[in-house]
Design a protein. Structure first.
Length: 515
């Protein structure tokens, strides 16, 4: 069987709680709903780290962030670390990225042959937290609640401009691939910045949610003094005390967030339509996922950085030839994507880099049982020491040396309102999960590693901003001298090569798409 093409859709900060089995019924997302109907749907997929750069580094490598040194949004993914883009490229694939991946450091490809756009976020060490100054806000780059108070309607924003370009480049690349200039199978990753805040949406998507019944959180804001210690740290880091958040702000923010899901749905639908009309759909594996979620006002929390479900759970849909649609409720992780793509591409497990913390989802997609726990960690802004989590079956344990343990029964307490860690009835499961956490992490060493990394990067960043500044941001190059018609080309050859289907295919009649 020929190696399948692979199309990966990644979005930013989309809560998996809104995708219980594909998109929630009330979301206006017809294209994602159609994709879900033909996909294996993972209703309990988790980020390895509820923050952009570490989550994406773990997703690309199949390793927990602590094992590759990516401990925050300004930590470098080392060029020596294999990603699934390297794995697929070694297996004979064309590898291409359109959009965001938040690679930090001078290597801005990490196995991709090409990037069609620059990134939306900085690639340097400027966003490095400092555990020596725990509790101190860094105003110029920390999140604040202005995203909530400033929510509303706009026809163009920084992020809309970026995502419009990402979608355009992805469609153009699929058309280019259809022309057959390269016989290799291809992998195209299309990575959007929405529905990440700021919570601003175009009017026509905003209007879809005028009568939405979900504009207020399920769990109202918990008073500051009643929040758990880490949630208080998040509120402090987000400058919650500097803003007055009204019910109108909450409704507008959530409405814009839902509207941007519909915006993404339209963009993804347009890309899938190109895949269909160029006859590549049947032999293409399609993934849809997010890097982490968004609390969206639940419990009074916004954005990410939390081990609670809104922040840590993400959607995952996989539509692949030979796999029947089904729903998988067993917890899985984004670190499972690297070995999954390798297996779907026919790469032998022994060819993968070691260690891989994830495992292939292909057996689960075929209906086989899976019992492995899911591990998560957090070591970035709003934390004063590492926070780790274990999700297994119905249970989730959160641990930090600074805080009391949190143990939740997600089957009976999906909103994580009842901490069972001190309930003697659950001592056995508490000890079992704590033992798995202790086996996975040495928290004292992890804390020391994070602090050492922060100090190195703070010194390097300060030095590199002195004198001549050489940015690491990816600069996409488009050679206009070879686009469209130029005098070093044969016009007749050019016109024939750049059309799909070719004229010789027109005899296929109704098999050819209308052009």
């Amino acid at each position: 069987m020929a190696q399948p093409n692979i199309l990966v859709f990644m979005v930013d900060q989309l809560a998996g709680t809104l995708f219980p089995d594909g998109p929630a019924e009330w979301l206006h997302a017809p294209n994602l709903r159609a994709l879900a109907r033909r996909s294996v749907r993972f209703s309990n997929c988790y980020t390895p780290f509820p923050l952009c750069a570490p989550a994406r580094a773990a997703f690309m490598t199949g390793q927990l962030p602590s094992n590759i040194g990516v401990c925050d949004n300004a930590a470098e993914l080392r060029a020596e670390t294999p990603t699934w883009a390297h794995t697929l490229r070694r297996a004979g694939y064309q590898t291409c990225l359109a959009g965001k991946m938040h690679f930090v450091g001078p290597d801005q490809l990490h196995g991709f042959e090409e990037r069609l756009t620059t990134d939306v976020y900085p690639a340097d060490f400027g966003w490095t937290p400092d555990y020596r100054r725990s509790g101190e806000r860094v105003d110029w780059w920390y999140h604040n609640m202005g995203s909530v108070t400033g929510s509303g309607v706009a026809e163009i924003t920084n992020q809309l401009e970026f995502d419009d370009e990402v979608a355009h480049c992805a469609r153009a690349r699929l058309y280019e691939l259809s022309r057959g200039g390269d016989s290799r199978p291809w992998m195209l990753t299309v990575s959007f910045s929405h529905p990440h805040d700021p919570y601003v949406a175009r009017r026509r998507f905003w209007d879809l949610y005028e009568d939405c019944e979900h504009l207020l959180p399920t769990v109202p804001a918990i008073p500051y003094d009643d929040q758990d210690p880490h949630s208080r740290r998040i509120l402090d880091a987000n400058d919650r005390h500097g803003y007055r958040i009204t019910e109108t702000d909450i409704r507008r923010s959530r409405r814009a967030y839902f509207a941007n899901i519909s915006y993404l749905d339209e963009q993804i639908g347009s890309i899938l339509e190109v895949l269909r009309t160029t006859r590549a759909e049947e032999n293409t594996v399609i993934l849809f996922l997010a890097d982490h979620g968004d609390m969206l006002g639940e419990r009074g929390l916004w954005f990410k950085m939390s081990p609670f479900e809104g922040s840590s759970r993400v959607p995952l849909l996989i539509a692949a030839p030979g796999f029947d649609p089904r729903t998988v409720t067993t917890p899985v992780s984004l670190v499972d994507i690297h070995p999954t793509l390798a297996e779907l591409a026919g790469v032998a497990p022994l060819e993968l880099s070691t260690p891989i913390d994830g495992s292939s989802l292909a057996p689960t997609m075929r209906g086989e049982a899976r019992k492995e726990p899911v591990f998560m960690e957090y070591t970035a802004e709003a934390s004063y020491a590492p926070i780790v989590s274990v999700r297994e079956g119905r249970w989730k344990l959160n641990r930090c040396v600074l805080d009391p343990d949190q143990l939740y029964d997600l089957e009976n307490d999906p909103h994580e309102l009842h901490n069972l860690a001190d309930d003697e009835t659950y001592t056995k499961i508490h000890r079992e999960l704590a033992g798995k956490a202790a086996k996975r992490w040495n928290l004292e060493k992890l804390d020391a590693d994070v602090r050492a990394s922060q100090q190195r990067r703070l010194v390097v960043y300060e030095a590199l901003r002195m004198g001549k500044y050489t940015p690491w941001e990816y600069q996409p190059h488009r050679d206009a001298s070879s686009r469209f018609m130029r005098n070093h080309m044969d016009l007749n050859v050019l016109e024939e090569q750049n059309r799909f289907p070719r004229r010789c295919s027109q005899s296929e009649g109704d098999k050819s798409p209308s052009l």
